[in-house]
Design a binder for this molecule. Structure first.
Ligand SMILES: [Fe+2]
Ligand SMILES: [Fe+2]
Length: 331
């Protein structure tokens, strides 16, 4: 089924007749005691809210999160936001749609990013750190498969297919430059491991076959501890094969890698059980913060629909952002 109508292009009062993916669905009761449904529909270009007033009992069990639906209705403005008033809704099968049309993705190619990542791994010099990086990023088929798909978040930053890999490579590039700049004050290999592994737990913290959501493990354990567990397991596996390492993995190196993962959120109130206590951990935390902010703010500015020089209020940052010239010249 060809998808020709995309959310970002929908205009007020325009008729809608297009397939979408349901990101969120709920049933509510209006003031007139009549049941209705709230939706968030998504496609590769964005998201839009939807309301359905008819046949609610019929649709409630089927029009649920992760379902593909054909929607017929009208685009209207409600409290300053666009929404679709749904007149007809029909469930679609997965083989009737092309997943690509519904899931936003990185502008970078996953294979190119992955090759860049391995390029950085190949320049590492510490045999223990390098073996650890290879065992995770090169030799594990499950990780290889997931890392080309995973987003970096549900909504905040790099929240699209291959977003995690884009984030990891972006951070590693910056860390590489900083290690040249600061020379002996920073251990380049350790910094790299911080860049590679700080968010690696997100591969399993999130589910992302269709709509991105948290997994049970993600909710109960979280990606910091999951990353540390992975490192633990991988080091044990490496030590079990004597030819892989020059000797037992040095205890201090193991602790430093774990510390970089545990400290990368910077503060206890942001979910880090430890604040950065070595320079590499501090640098990884700051660059992680920088990279996620640059990504989330630039996307916000790019997607903002408010006319003029200023965006609408960004709730996460509590401020309006200035729109530079590129916003108006891009097409
Ligand atoms: Fe994180
Ligand atoms: Fe991160």
């Amino acid at each position: 089924m060809e998808k020709t109508q995309f959310i970002k292009d929908l205009k007020e009062k325009e008729g809608v007749s297009s397939p979408f993916l349901i990101k969120f669905s709920s049933t509510a009761v209006g003031k007139n005691a009549k049941a209705y449904m709230n939706f968030i529909f998504m496609d590769q270009s964005g998201e839009i809210e939807g309301r359905l007033w008819e046949d609610v009992a019929h649709h409630a069990g089927q029009a649920v999160k992760d379902a593909f639906v054909w929607v017929q209705g009208k685009c209207q403005s409600y409290q300053g936001r666009k929404q679709i008033v749904v007149e007809k809704l029909q469930i679609l099968r997965e083989d009737e749609v092309r997943l690509k049309d519904y899931i936003p993705e990185s502008e970078f190619d996953a294979d190119v990013l992955y090759a860049e990542l391995l390029g950085y791994v190949s320049t590492m010099t510490d045999p223990y750190y390098k073996a650890l990086a290879e065992s995770i990023l090169k030799e594990d088929d499950e990780i290889l498969n997931l890392i080309k798909k995973a987003p970096a978040a549900k909504s905040i930053h790099h929240a699209y297919r291959t977003g995690l890999l884009e984030h990891i490579v972006s951070i590693t590039k910056i860390l590489d430059k900083l290690s040249q700049h600061y020379g002996k004050w920073l251990d380049r290999d350790l910094l790299f491991l911080g860049g590679f592994l700080h968010d690696i737990g997100k591969l399993w913290e999130l589910s992302y076959e269709r709509v991105t959501d948290y997994t049970l493990e993600g909710r109960l354990i979280g990606h910091l501890v999951m990353g540390v567990e992975l490192v633990d397991r991988k080091i044990r596996n490496l030590e079990a094969v004597p030819s892989r390492l020059p000797g037992p993995f040095p205890q201090e190196k193991k602790l430093l890698v774990k510390h970089l993962i545990l400290a990368h959120h910077g503060k206890l109130e942001f979910g880090s059980p430890k604040e950065p206590q070595c320079l590499e951990a501090l640098v990884v935390h700051m660059i992680d913060d920088l990279d996620s902010k640059v990504n989330s703010i630039s996307r916000f500015i790019e997607q903002d629909q408010t006319p003029g020089r200023w965006t609408s209020l960004n709730k996460a940052y509590g401020r309006f952002f200035y729109k530079p010239d590129w916003v108006f010249t891009k097409q």
